[in-house]
Design a protein around this ligand. Structure first.
Ligand code: SF4
Ligand code: SF4
Length: 222
């Protein structure tokens, strides 16, 4: 899932202050799971922005809506019947959803209420951690199912670096060393010789270094 968190309220208040009519849009997918931009967060944010506007003596009309998914055009279309009544969209979706609003309604400001952080999963209630950096050419089969790109602070393909200490990363001792995790997994799998294999330099063209990416499945296109 994509993990995001709400921007500081002060930043959002400043962002919306030029507008008198605001459409706040939440998303029922990833940002609902990480409690950042679902229906409940949209309600809370709308209440906080209304109170702030009242306190500052600014008129502010807000409509709240939460869409099934904000990264698919058909759902974004659902606000078209009433979008013209509002000056701006405050998106509680991830940044992909926010950009879909900007693309679909070019005359409306699309404002991000969230900071989109990473792709990951939950470790425990209220705790999410990065697990994939979207490199576009997965090598988990080489590393015992632990991603050296997302979980090593230096994205090393042949690790560990000289700073790994007691299983922790030199960048921050609270972070487990990704390469220690890979070693532990290879030991558990009985695949220790795999650790000595030198991984060739990675072709980063499939990651962000190759520019904006796109997947085309011609069998699914209509
Ligand atoms: S190797 Fe690439 S695709 Fe696989 S988990 Fe790591 S970053 Fe994601
Ligand atoms: S200590 Fe481990 S996780 Fe940290 S940068 Fe070095 S190899 Fe990567």
């Amino acid at each position: 899932m994509i993990v995001a968190e709400q921007k500081p309220l002060k930043e959002i208040i400043n962002m919306v202050s030029p507008f008198k009519k605001l459409l706040i849009v939440g998303c029922n997918e990833c940002v609902t799971v990480c409690h950042a931009g679902g229906r409940k967060e949209v309600e809370q944010l709308a209440a906080a922005l209304s109170m702030a506007a009242q306190k500052d003596g600014r008129p502010l009309e807000i409509k709240e809506v939460t869409l099934e998914r904000c990264c698919d055009p058909e759902y974004i279309e659902q606000v078209r019947p009433f979008i013209d009544q509002y000056e701006a969209v405050l998106s509680c979706a991830c940044s992909v959803g926010t950009q879909y609003f900007a693309d679909t309604y070019p005359t409306k400001w699309a404002l991000p209420a969230l900071n989109t952080s990473f792709m990951g999963g939950s470790l425990a209630q209220g705790i999410w951690a990065e697990r994939c950096a979207g490199c576009g050419n997965c090598i988990l089969h080489e590393t015992g199912g632990i991603c050296p790109i997302a979980r090593c602070s230096k994205r090393m393909l042949n690790g560990p670096c000289g700073g790994s200490t007691g299983g922790h990363c030199e960048v921050n001792p609270d972070i487990p060393c990704g390469w220690q995790l890979i070693w532990d997994r290879l030991v558990a799998l009985g695949r220790i010789p795999d650790y000595a294999k030198i991984m060739a330099a990675k072709d980063w063209n499939t990651s962000r270094d190759g520019g904006p990416r796109k997947i085309v499945r011609e069998d699914l296109t209509i």
